[in-house]
Design a protein around this ligand. Structure first.
Ligand code: SF4
Ligand code: F3S
Ligand code: FES
Length: 248
């Protein structure tokens, strides 16, 4: 079945832009990204949108649909009423490049600021041994597709450009939590989380968890446990060492 829908898409660049109205055909089974592609094929050939897999796995097509941060390729048109106006805007937290494409390099910067996995001295790749329970814990965090919807949603940076320098955001605090819980990681993650990556800015509103398309329990399983570990330790290096030795 086919019907016409009223789309409203933000068009512009880093200097100015506006919402532009498009009446557009919608067919059964389509997702929002299909409609954006139809607009490109028919009435707006120069409309910029980032996408790749159309399967919810590459994390490229993040936009805001009626104000909600979503993957355009995983948002079914059948979830909207046929007479509803569908407004598609770029992610608000990152600078616009053009139309629906934003510059997400903030996230790459934050990723680079976290030192990588640091195995104990003398343990070579191939000699790593860890309990299955520890493997399973980090597997949840490894489902991340780096769509940055959580980074875009967290109020700490969404309306506060000034916080960006000192706050890594939920995706990267989760990465630190993953490394801190890793039985073979020997770096001091807790002090860095608090003092360099802004763990204290997070007041556990859980908005990040709500928008995660991989349904990762970012707040409950990564951020709150990391906060608890930081508080327990109270910056006592002996307590921290103990937490590394006895955590299994
Ligand atoms: Fe996207 Fe979830 Fe990864 Fe955040 S944690 S970047 S919302 S997949
Ligand atoms: Fe932000 Fe998630 Fe914390 S939305 S405030 S990082 S719980
Ligand atoms: Fe890959 Fe949407 S196009 S997640």
């Amino acid at each position: 079945m086919t019907h016409d829908q009223h789309f409203r898409v933000w068009r512009g660049d880093d200097e100015k832009g506006e919402l532009v109205d498009y009446p557009v055909e919608v067919n059964e089974g389509e997702v929002v990204l299909d409609i954006i592609h139809r607009l490109q094929a028919t009435q707006a050939q120069d409309m910029a949108v980032r996408w790749n897999c159309k399967a919810g796995k590459c994390g490229s097509c993040s936009v805001e649909i009626n104000g909600r941060p979503r993957l355009a390729c995983m948002t079914r048109m059948s979830t909207f009423a046929e007479d509803e106006v569908i407004t598609v805007t770029p992610l608000r937290t990152f600078p616009v490049i053009r139309d629906l494409v934003t510059d997400v390099s903030f996230n790459y910067t934050k990723a680079r600021e976290i030192p990588s996995f640091a195995p104990p001295e003398g343990v070579e790749p191939g000699e790593y041994r860890m309990a299955q329970v520890d493997v399973e814990r980090s597997q949840e965090f490894r489902k991340c597709i780096e769509c940055y919807l959580c980074q875009n949603t967290c109020h700490v940076v969404r309306d506060h450009e000034e916080n960006k320098e000192n706050f890594a955001g939920p995706r990267y605090l989760m990465r630190i939590a993953e490394l801190d819980m890793h039985p073979l990681d020997s770096a001091d993650r807790q002090k860095a989380a608090q003092e360099e990556h802004g763990l204290g800015y997070c007041n556990i509103t859980k908005c990040c968890t709500e928008v995660c398309p991989e349904h990762i329990k970012i707040t409950d399983n990564a951020l709150i446990p990391l906060k608890e570990r930081v508080v327990d330790r109270k910056y006592d290096p002996l307590v921290w060492l103990g937490s590394k030795i006895f955590k299994r």
